[in-house]
Design a protein around this ligand. Structure first.
Ligand SMILES: C[S@@+](CC[C@H](N)C(=O)[O-])C[C@H]1O[C@@H](n2cnc3c(N)ncnc32)[C@H](O)[C@@H]1O
Length: 217
């Protein structure tokens, strides 16, 4: 929990009703413990995508396609979203939701390693969204600048990693672990790389588990 529980409850209680397919995905995620970004962050994605008039989104780590559906709604019928996940089963489930939501034609589904799939792309995207295993975050950073157009966004979920980033930055009382693990180290390194970089202008939004939003300069 990043924000105070009461604040979190307030933010979620205000959210308008979602379309039925998103609601069903939220229900499945809750029942089966699938770590989706959820509706508050989904709205943030939608808002950022609309603000920059995004048409092309590449998503790394899509699971059952919940965040993918938010991107697809934001880019509209003329846009395209690349779904990537290592699991064929996840991809098949996501495809059925995309069919139900009527967005299948806007989404290209790729099964495999998201970093390899990104390295195969030659074009630049309006938005690159990263939600893969956290130890790979610094590697994704090294690939991102070439794949995001100027003025485009590199968005990363779990940028505050349950608050453990604060521990890794030298506040041991905040986490209660003896040594930051490789996942925490990956997130901390990514945040540092982003803030130190001359190629990106970065903020971290402390919504849910933290969302880093970096604009390509
Ligand atoms: C946190 S979940 C994604 C949730 C999704 N972004 C959402 O909010 O709806 C991460 C997913 O990425 C997949 N994954 C992790 N590392 C990956 C990689 N290197 N390549 C492809 N998929 C990966 C996991 O199997 C999992 O399904």
């Amino acid at each position: 929990m990043i924000t105070d529980q009461r604040v979190q409850n307030y933010l979620y209680a205000m959210l308008p009703e979602r379309e039925p397919v998103l609601r069903e995905m939220e229900r499945q995620a809750k029942e089966r413990g699938i770590p989706i970004v959820g509706p508050a962050v989904g709205r943030l994605f939608y808002q950022y995508a609309r603000l920059i008039n995004a048409r092309a989104v590449f998503e790394m780590g899509s699971a059952i396609g919940y965040s993918t559906l938010w991107w697809a709604r934001a880019v509209g019928g003329a846009g395209q979203v690349h779904y990537t996940d290592g699991s064929r089963k996840n991809a098949d489930e996501a495809r059925s939701y995309f069919d139900q939501a009527g967005v299948a034609s806007q989404i290209r589904i790729h099964v495999g390693d998201a970093l390899e799939l990104l390295s195969e792309r030659k074009e630049q995207f309006d938005i690159l969204f990263c939600d893969v295993d956290k130890h790979d975050y610094p590697r994704v950073f090294n690939m991102a600048a070439a794949r995001v157009r100027k003025g485009g966004l590199f968005i990363i979920d779990n940028a505050l990693w349950h608050g453990d980033v604060a521990y890794a930055a030298g506040n041991p009382e905040l986490a209660g672990k003896s040594e930051p693990d490789k996942l925490t180290k990956g997130v901390v390194e990514l945040n540092r790389l982003l803030y130190d970089s001359m190629s990106w202008f970065t903020t971290i939004v402390p919504l849910r588990d933290g969302v880093a939003v970096a604009m390509r300069l």
